[in-house]
Design a protein around this ligand. Structure first.
Ligand code: NI
Ligand code: MN
Length: 241
């Protein structure tokens, strides 16, 4: 399984011939190497409804006939735009043909903001994502502050790779994200959601320095990590956290 980072909170997972994009915010993302007009995806996973996460979802999904998986209200809103969706809710998991998706809690907000009409459309609870395929589990925390149940997520899942926001202001900063990494017991940790905008400027190597030796990796946009398939083990360590 190849897992690549593409700036802000954009992660691409390639597993068994399926390409999955998480939070494909490309247009307006100065830090991405992707092109919204040509990026390929079979599946799009969304953590919440904010513009810097939904991003180019509708256009990419329509062009690729991709399945968009999101929390219930966000899936509803996107289905009204003509996108193929699968609605889920926090705490629920579903095993798709390409892997298992579970939505976890996140402490943040989730909405579509329309500045022209000065309206805000509520898009349900913000989430994190646990994705398991080839016996490997990836955790994408979405946008969130630190919360104590990250310990439980870590106890109940063998997390091979975690993407954690470090930008501060809207999410955890480096110190809180380092505590999160410890509680999650993730084998590898990659910082996300920093330096894209004012107020979330960080030095990622400082965050890495707060982690246990060898755990943290800064990925530049377009760089990837390969997770070797673990045969005969396709579930979380307790069989279904
Ligand atoms: Ni957000
Ligand atoms: Mn965000």
């Amino acid at each position: 399984m190849k897992v690549s980072y593409h700036g802000h909170s954009v992660v691409k997972i390639e597993t068994n011939g399926t390409t999955i994009l998480i939070d494909p915010f490309i247009t307006g993302n100065a830090g991405t190497d992707l092109d919204a007009a040509s990026v390929q995806a079979d599946v799009i996973l969304l953590t919440h409804g904010h513009g810097d996460h939904v991003g180019d979802t509708v256009e990419i999904a329509k062009r690729n006939n991709a399945l968009v998986i999101a929390s219930a209200e966000l899936a509803d809103v996107l289905s009204w735009e003509g996108v193929r969706t699968h609605a889920m809710s926090i705490g629920g998991a579903y095993t798709f043909g390409f892997g298992r998706v579970k939505l976890t809690q996140a402490f943040h907000s989730s909405s579509y903001v329309n500045p022209e009409t000065k309206t805000i459309v509520y898009t349900g609870m913000p989430t994190g994502i646990l994705f398991t395929a080839e016996g490997r589990t990836i955790y994408h925390a979405g946008d969130t502050g630190l919360f104590g149940d990250m310990k439980i997520i870590g106890e109940r899942n063998r997390i091979d790779l975690a993407f954690l926001p470090i930008g501060d202001n809207h999410t955890m900063g480096p110190e809180d994200a380092a505590v999160a990494a410890d509680w999650l017991q993730a084998k590898q940790v990659v910082p996300i959601h920093f330096n894209t905008f004012p107020f979330i400027e960080q030095v990622p190597v400082y965050f890495i320095s707060l982690l246990k030796e060898g755990v943290g990796t800064v990925l530049e946009s377009g760089e990837s990590i390969s997770l070797v398939s673990v045969k005969g083990c396709t579930q979380a360590k307790d069989g279904g956290a």
